[in-house]
Design a protein around this ligand. Structure first.
Ligand SMILES: [Cu+2]
Length: 142
């Protein structure tokens, strides 16, 4: 009886063991791929929003395509980050909507180009974002 019970116990335990092995392996794969993704990725960049000029700091920002970029509202009032190509009813490059104090807005993936933008609430707040194509490194001389 005792043997049967321990066999039953083992049968019950086996799927759990397999599951934990799968979890372990997938966790390992995930951390490996995360590590590889970090290699060669551009460091992220921030733009701070202030109530005083230059309002968006840095006011002119140049990044490579794919670089994560985040605006952070450092003021006590809402602002928004609106690409100048946004017009009523049109799709446009980016529009954060109201950004509350201390809120953040992350730039969506965009093609290389020049993106002047402004605050939709305070149109005098203006900035310029330039996205460069992927950088090509010169081949080394052999
Ligand atoms: Cu504003």
């Amino acid at each position: 009886m005792q043997v049967t019970n321990s066999r039953q116990f083992l049968k019950k335990m086996m799927p759990i063991r397999r599951m934990s092995l799968v979890c372990l392996l997938s966790g390992l794969t995930f951390s490996l791929s995360a590590g590889l993704a970090t290699i060669g990725a551009s460091p992220s960049r921030d733009i701070q929003i202030f109530t005083e000029p230059p309002f968006f700091s840095p006011n002119e920002t140049t990044i490579s395509v794919g670089t994560p970029l985040t605006w952070k509202n450092r003021t006590h009032e809402p602002h928004s980050i609106v690409s100048n190509d946004c017009r009523l009813g049109n799709t446009c490059s980016f529009d954060s909507g109201f950004l509350s104090p201390n809120a953040r807005f992350s730039l969506p993936q965009l093609n290389p180009g020049r993106y002047p933008y402004h605050c939709g609430i305070h149109p005098f707040m203006r900035g310029l974002l330039t996205i460069q194509p992927p950088q090509s490194f010169p081949s080394s001389d052999i």
